[in-house]
Design a protein around this ligand. Structure first.
Ligand code: ADP
Ligand code: MG
Length: 706
């Protein structure tokens, strides 16, 4: 058995036909080091060698086709930029042109006129004349080797690999050699027998072989399903196991009392009725903090759903039980704003709120830290300065992290250390919703609360897409709104690499707005951008908050959390350069008061397909949960903001944008299994236990690090 375990760990140099040079290339180009890596590098598509289109029957709309025919001609045509290699493929029904604009030299060498080829490509239709640009070509003699006779795998590759003879054909041969060397014992079953039977799955070994060399579409489908399920299920099992273990072993403070602070606030100060969702979530959190086990909870809610007040009320519970609490925000502006809001809410109470950021220095900081350590400050609000070692609490009971995805992993880890004997309870609030599948995975070991309801009386924000030739009309519209007493944001993108250019954009925009809205007509404009000193930013921000300026020109520093209910128009410049979640966050800055609000998306006339989709999504819906799903489909799980740091989404085959249903089933089954057999001690769970013990430790977990 132990020999068998080891063979998968063998270096690729030991595989027939690989050798040191090729092994090195596979290492550097695709990070394939061992047999195992190669095995798990699944094909990204297949060529069905059994089905061929007849050239005579091709229609302009038959997109991707596979043909079999004889290469009749191969000539270089055209000159300069129009230079191309042109071939002619003929079968018994007709002929079609093959065209290469790039790599002609290489291709010309590789092909032989008069040979029979399997040709795969996408049809191009130019004024009724069909051709195949850059088709894949494989000589029939090669295609008919035993394993590749039916469904041939196609592997992702790079130019460097292709040019060194490590193309998809060579990779297929390597796979054939690999399967010649391993046996079912090398890939022992890791799912319980009853699940394999229930879903009629192939065994782990079979599925792995079939994913590389399927004999039919049906076989491929089932192998794919099994491997996706396996991957998602084992991860969920691991996450849920850790969640369960944490709940059994990481003790925490038990907040038994709902006392004076909470009740006083609830009865006398709360300026509005809580929504049903807010009430439910507070109940969930309260229960969680009263069990003597450390809470680790994610609070999801759309922009404007009222997460801050929920955070405050949870902090009051901590305070009622004699503990301190803190709230950390990703930017100075946002932290300031939380601080101001909390101070107002707690005005006539004996509770003291402190503020800490990098800009609080010297004596002021010293005094603050002394008060904090003495327990005279009850709630500390601030930026990531909060996590510094020199920030010492008397007794920290609850930490709230607002808009958490902005914080690095290591930053958050430090909050755990700020309390003894138990770690503080942890509440993490998201800026915008994350798709269900992502939440289930990325935060799969946390408890999740969702605020799925907006406060009543909000009018749906009207979102309008405009291009440059409508700018004058937009200025007119802005004037109208200002006339009504409303305020307006105008936001410019600021993306690091081109920060200087972007700043120029913003400055030009500001100047042009200053001409349209001159001071002598009573207009005032604030400017805020990331390169300003914190003090100046704050000054400008405060002028806008107090209503002294009607327009706020800003970069995305205002994206997160800023709350000025009187602002009713959000103009976004260069919309095509923003991501969906950013756009949604920005739009969420308006629609916070009782007035009809507007979001105007300015863009250039010509848009990429993706930018168009983003803008259409924004115009179509105001719902952050919908938008996050659309974003996931568009960009894939790896590119959603805040997910990159965690290796947890590096799936071999599962895809969270597509496999939501499988994930749901996998999680339900994992849950049921752990309820019935938390330690996986029953004999029929032995395969799971064995597998998790040897493979389950690579996952980075968020609860550990928040
Ligand atoms: P977010 O969830 O985006 O952080 P906030 O906490 O900033 O949202 O709340 C947005 C606005 O809604 C604030 O002005 C807040 O005072 C207000 N608000 C919160 N809860 C309610 C409620 N139940 N009824 C009315 N207004 C509310
Ligand atoms: Mg907020």
């Amino acid at each position: 058995m132990s020999n068998h375990q080891n063979i998968l760990k063998s270096s690729l140099t030991y595989l027939k036909g690989v050798g040191p040079n090729r092994a090195e290339l596979l290492k550097t180009e695709l990070r394939i080091f061992t047999y195992e890596d190669l095995l798990y590098h699944y094909p990204f598509r297949y060529v069905d060698k059994t089905q061929f289109h007849k050239i005579g029957n091709l229609r302009p709309d038959s997109e991707t086709v596979q043909l079999k025919g004889i290469l009749r001609r191969l000539t270089n045509e055209g000159s300069g930029r129009g230079k191309r290699l042109v071939g002619r493929l003929r079968d018994e029904t007709g002929a079609i042109e093959l065209v290469w604009f790039k790599g002609a030299q290489w291709i010309e060498k590789a092909l032989t006129v008069g040979m029979e080829y399997v040709v795969f490509g996408k049809i191009n239709n130019f004024r009724g004349k069909l051709s195949l640009p850059h088709p894949e070509m494989e000589a029939v003699s090669v295609a008919n080797t035993k394993q590749a006779a039916t469904f041939a795998p196609v592997y992702s590759s790079t130019d460097k690999l292709n040019n060194s003879g490590l193309d998809t054909k060579a990779r297929r041969k390597m796979m054939v050699h690999l399967f010649g060397q391993i046996t079912p014992e090398d890939l022992p079953e890791n799912l319980p027998d009853y699940l394999v039977k229930k879903f009629k799955f192939p065994s782990r070994f079979l599925a792995t072989r079939q994913i590389h060399f399927p004999k039919s579409q049906a076989e491929l489908d089932l192998a794919t399903k099994r491997l996706k399920f396996e991957e998602l299920f084992l991860l969920q099992l691991r996450l849920l196991q850790l969640k369960g273990r944490r709940k059994n072993s990481i003790l925490g403070y038990s907040f038994k009392t709902i006392g004076e602070h909470f009740n006083n606030f609830y009865n006398n100060k709360l300026p509005f009725e809580l929504t049903g969702a807010q009430k439910r979530v507070i109940k969930e959190i309260r229960k969680d903090m009263g069990m003597g086990i450390q809470m680790n909870r994610l609070l999801q809610g759309d922009v404007g759903s009222g997460k801050t007040i929920v955070g405050l009320m949870c902090m009051l519970i901590a305070l009622d039980n004699g503990f301190q609490a803190c709230m950390m925000a990703p930017t100075e502006i946002l932290a300031q704003q939380h601080y101001t809001a909390l101070q107002e809410y707690l005005e006539d109470s004996p509770l003291k709120v402190g503020f800490l950021s990098g800009s609080i220095k010297g004596k002021k900081r010293k005094a603050l830290l002394a008060e904090l350590e003495a327990g005279d400050i009850h709630i500390l609000v601030g930026t990531h300065a909060l996590i510094e070692d020199w920030v010492i609490f008397k007794n920290l009971g609850l930490t709230i992290t607002d808009e958490q995805h902005r914080f690095g992993v290591a930053q958050r880890a430090k909050l755990w250390m700020k309390s003894k004997p138990y770690p503080p309870h942890v509440l993490v609030m998201t800026a915008t919703p994350i798709p269900r599948t992502l939440a289930m995975t990325l935060y799969g070991d946390l408890d999740i609360s969702v605020i799925d309801e907006l406060p009543p009386g909000r009018k749906e924000i009207k979102t309008i897409h405009q291009t440059e030739n409508n700018r004058l009309r937009m200025i007119g519209f802005m004037k109208q709104e200002i006339e009504k007493g409303r305020q307006i944001y105008v936001v410019y993108p600021l993306i690091e690499e081109s920060a200087t250019l972007d700043l120029l954009n913003l400055e030009e925009g500001f100047e042009s707005l200053s001409r349209d809205f001159p001071i002598d007509k009573g207009y005032q404009i604030s400017v805020v951008h990331g390169r300003m000193k914190a003090k100046d930013k704050d000054f400008e921000m405060q002028r806008f908050v107090r209503g002294e300026t009607q327009i706020m020109v800003a970069t995305t520093v205002i994206e997160v959390g800023v709350n000025v209910p009187n602002a009713s128009v959000m103009v976004i410049e260069n919309t095509e350069r923003f991501g969906l979640s950013q756009l949604h966050q920005l739009r969420g800055r308006v629609g916070r008061g009782a007035d009809q609000s507007y979001c105007i998306l300015m863009s250039s006339f010509k848009l990429s397909k993706e930018a168009k989709f983003r803008i259409e999504t924004m115009v179509r819906t105001n719902n952050g949960f919908d938008i996050s799903e659309a974003d996931l489909k568009l960009r894939g799980p790896g590119n959603i903001e805040g997910t990159q740091q965690s290796g947890i989404l590096d799936f071999k085959i599962a895809n969270l944008a597509q496999d939501g249903k499988i994930l749901q089933v996998a999680r339900e089954i994992a849950n049921r299994i752990l309820e019935d057999d938390p330690k996986l001690e029953k004999p029929h769970h032995l395969p799971l236990k064995t597998y998790l013990e040897t493979h389950g430790k690579k996952i980075k977990l968020w609860s550990r690090i928040s």
